[in-house]
Design a protein around this ligand. Structure first.
Ligand code: FMN
Length: 183
């Protein structure tokens, strides 16, 4: 099963991007995660959004999402909400023909410095996604707090509980996506 895993942070050393790479490595064989960063998505500008022209990076991302069986979004928390770059990408994706989120199974994860690990951001993300009509998995939820204590220098999870929970989250997500695509 092909899943596009979007990181909501542009930062080279982003913990959210690291978490998705850990997920890619820990996922079972039938779950293929492609980690995607949003660094090439320009700021939304209606002047560059016409019926016959959109930025190439937006069209490429939209096509990747259309081809995937599911989408996994890993969001940081910025001032109790999602990052501007994630919202910006969602805004662009809502403007393309053949809406890539429509009916698509989506999982949400997030890693942040605070103890409640992006809970506030994730609930904002759920609200934002309503307008694009995906099928968002309700439970289990994945919140990673105190993220600076959870990885080793090579970007692997150094926290055994987090690794165990990530594996179980991915198994639940895979089962759920399979159930959604059979419908
Ligand atoms: C502008 C800004 C706002 C932030 N707001 C929050 C916040 O509301 N809650 C929180 O837990 N961490 C907050 N943080 C800290 C981030 O969780 C932390 O920088 C995290 O590592 C960002 O994700 P990344 O490593 O994937 O880039 C904020 C960081 C920035 C730069």
């Amino acid at each position: 099963m092909k899943i596009i895993a979007i990181s909501g942070s542009l930062r080279e050393g982003s913990f959210n991007t690291k978490l998705l790479h850990c997920a890619r490595k820990l996922a079972s064989e039938d779950l293929t995660l492609e980690v995607v960063r949003l660094n090439d998505i320009p700021l939304y500008n209606g002047d560059h959004d016409t019926a016959d022209s959109k930025p190439e990076a937006v069209l490429q991302l939209a096509e990747k999402l259309r081809q995937a069986e599911g989408i996994l979004i890993c969001t940081p928390e910025y001032n109790y909400s999602i990052s501007g770059v994630l919202k910006n990408a969602i805004d662009w994706l809502s403007r393309v023909d053949g809406q890539p989120f429509n009916g698509k199974p989506v999982g949400i994860m997030g890693a942040a410095a605070g103890q409640i690990g992006t809970a506030r951001a994730q609930y904002h993300l759920r609200q934002v996604l309503v307008g694009l009509n995906p099928r968002v998995m309700s439970r289990p939820e994945f919140f990673m707090g105190a993220v600076h204590t959870k990885f080793d220098d090579d970007g692997n999870l150094s926290d055994a509980d987090s690794e165990k929970f990530l594996k179980s989250y991915l198994a639940a997500f895979a089962d759920w996506v399979r159930g959604q695509t059979r419908r």
